[in-house]
Design a protein around this ligand. Structure first.
Ligand code: FE2
Length: 361
């Protein structure tokens, strides 16, 4: 059995300021990578800038990472980092800026390569040092080696083949305070999907399963917040962020499975939020899995049945009926990547995929 997690993690209020010396140790000039507004609104960007100022570290800020970042965005940010001689990268935000930070750090390290290097299998994956600061509670990207990018040339979204872990993850749950209820809901469902797909995976081990179960139990305590029964408070935000990181640690080992593989078609074609798209397929995935595995996941997450989860998803994510042609396309996309089907610990063929993709009756 094997488990590898090279990311140094601090989880506490004020951890950016508390660990200024750690941040300053990675270089002399930082490229800060964010989306347009949320990193600033939540206070994380201000904390990072004040720590860099205090330590005399120069920085340049790229704030144009869109949701589901494109290869073009990665190359624009790389060009800025090269022109400014950045020697480390700080990603602040949800999955998009954090995934982008990894790909940008890769391309900065391989400054003589063009965008095709992002998709070069078996190539050197070393990157500049990366610090990740999550401001949502779903992606787990701060502790995974995955970078998911949108390719407009092939009209698709998926992981690049490089595996790039960050060096340092700073988890301050106060940064979740400004996230909207719909962002919290979608990202929290993404965390649940990571924990569930990792548990019900052919690559699961005792290590990864314990991370999944601990994450699911941690996540379960926040369901009433997602349902709007009680407001989020600081303690709950900490639990939501931790659950998300446990999910990241679990999928860092196993990868995700069929629901994630199907979800990318929905996100690309319908612009559906990532967590909502993954959660759409989870109930049917659990129905195909071994009853014992499904029962353990449901129990840890505090659901009485698969239908109980389905009801929860309907309320929290406002389930949409997916057009048949998009579901067919999703199945076709996954069939084209048999490695994704192998992640399920049960036989998956076209008819099983169709059942998992199927709309509820
Ligand atoms: Fe995900």
């Amino acid at each position: 059995m094997f488990y590898y997690m090279p990311v140094k993690i601090y989880a506490e209020d004020g951890c950016v300021k508390n660990h200024a010396a750690d941040i300053a140790a990675y270089g002399k000039k930082a490229l800060i990578v964010t989306g347009r507004h949320s990193a600033e609104l939540c206070g994380a960007l201000g904390d990072v800038k004040s720590v860099l100022d205090e330590k005399g570290i120069a920085y340049v800020h790229y704030n144009e990472v869109e949701e589901n970042p494109s290869v073009e965005t990665i190359m624009k940010a790389r060009d800025l980092g090269l022109a400014e001689h950045a020697d480390f990268v700080i990603g602040i935000g949800g999955g998009s800026p954090m995934d982008a930070a990894k790909a940008i750090a890769l391309m900065l390290r391989h400054s003589d390569k063009d965008a095709s290097y992002l998709y070069e299998k078996g190539a050197d994956s070393t990157a500049l040092p990366i610090i990740e600061i999550p401001t949502t509670c779903g992606t787990g990207s701060e502790v995974t080696a995955v970078s998911i990018l949108t390719r407009h040339d092939t009209h698709s979204k998926g992981s690049i083949p490089h595996k790039i872990f960050g060096n340092l993850a700073l988890l301050d749950a106060r940064y979740l305070e400004s996230a909207s209820p719909s962002t919290l809901a979608s990202t929290a469902i993404d965390a649940f999907a990571h924990l569930t797909e990792s548990y019900i995976s052919s690559d699961a081990t005792q290590f990864s399963r314990n991370l999944s179960l601990t994450g699911l139990r941690t996540w379960a305590g926040c369901k009433d917040i997602l349902l709007g029964i009680r407001p989020a408070d600081p303690a709950a935000r900490k639990q939501m962020l931790l659950a998300s990181t446990y999910g990241g640690m679990a999928i860092a080992h196993t990868g995700t499975s069929v629901p994630h593989a199907l979800s990318y078609t929905l996100t690309y074609n319908l612009h559906m939020k990532h967590g909502k798209a993954c959660g759409h397929f989870l109930a049917n995935y659990m129905r195909e899995a071994s009853p014992a595995d499904t029962a353990r996941v449901l129990k840890a997450a505090g659901f009485s049945s698969v239908e109980d989860y389905e009801d929860f998803y309907d309320v929290v994510c406002h389930r949409e009926t997916i057009p048949e042609n998009i579901l067919k396309l999703a199945v076709k996309d996954v069939l084209a990547h048999p490695d994704k089907m192998k992640k399920a610990p049960f036989h998956v063929d076209e008819s099983v995929l169709e059942r998992i993709a199927g709309n509820p009756d």
